[in-house]
Design a protein around this ligand. Sequence first.
Ligand code: ADP
Ligand code: GN1
Ligand code: MG
Length: 370
Amino acid sequence: MRKENKKRKEEAITNFCFPGKLISDCAYGSGHINDTYLLVFEVPEKGQRKIILQRMNGQIFHRPVELMDNIMHVTAYLRERIIEKGGDPERETLNLVFSLDGKPYYKDSDGEFWRAYRFITGASCYDQVKKPEDFYQSAFSFGNFQRMLADYPADTLYETIPGFHDTKARFAAFKKAVEEDVCGRANSVREEIEFALAREAMTGVLGELLEKKELPLRVTHNDTKLNNIMIDDATGRGICVIDLDTVMPGLAVNDFGDSIRFGASTAAEDETDLDKVHCDMELFEVYTKGFIEGCGGSLTAKELEMLPMGAKVMTFECGIRFLTDYLEGDHYFKIHREGQNLDRCRTQFRLVEDMEKKWDIMSEIVRKYS
Ligand code: ADP
Ligand code: GN1
Ligand code: MG
């Protein structure tokens, strides 16, 4: 019989090289994928030490050893770049804690994979933009992350989720979910299904440009939500890019777009009052400026031109992923209430509609900073 989660967590905790005595342990953060815990240890003569412990989502990440190999090598590479620039590698990149048997993960007796990071102190992650400066900082950090990894040997990275931003494949999966309708939910979401079907054409745009080599493949983050950046509490600067599960070859415009869909929205991702959901053009501008500056002149003319498309396609893709998950019975994204994935889908589709209306303004803003 499988052990309950608490027992597995205890097993994991005793199998990492953690300092001192555990004094508290609680669920942490608002990610949709992994189970994250904050552990606090009391270390004699040194005070408290905090650790982030995560149970990696085995339903989603089928090759955790390869994934951790990516993270170990990418963080080691970033550490060198940060040191070269006189930065602080303890706070500006993730630092793995190894297991007692010297691995960057621990596999428990049920076959679940756990990993641990030293907690980055004096910094916070935000689920919504409180002040535009924070959004600028996240934009600069994600752009700079890409720039720092520009010479990283991309062919050594494993593809942790094949076809992660293959929007066409995501759309095919959505259509299959509608046809199969395993939960009998399709009839109640006809409007959303029609909305998606009417926009199929956009799913091929970026993939085709990549195929024609009009957009370059780069090492990208691929999950550039605002809450995947740590912002220094004292200086207000974006200090560390976290959540490196999906660092893989990808498109710069997708990294830009995923940030816009989450951070430039005037409402939460699961807001139920759609009248509150807009794509804020002031935030769009702030992010555009920060991302282009963070990339330090490395974006090509075509990439710059396609930034608004990245925003629209990433928002649409995320919407169809939420809708697919709702139709399939909510097995991918964690939910905390019935219908949450449908609500998430609806906000994304509302944002897509709003971007369609604001297309000229978005293009104008991008031109201003290009
Ligand atoms: P998920 O893939 O589920 O989104 P994340 O790796 O993004 O998981 O972690 C979830 C949350 O945990 C983050 O949003 C952040 O608040 C916190 N977190 C993760 N790593 C660290 C760290 N090294 N130091 C401090 N907080 C962290
Ligand atoms: C997930 O892990 P988290 O919560 O940062 C998802 C992203 C989605 C996002 C939607 C590995 O991100 O792709 O855009 O939810 N991550 C994975 O909020 O699927
Ligand atoms: Mg996250």
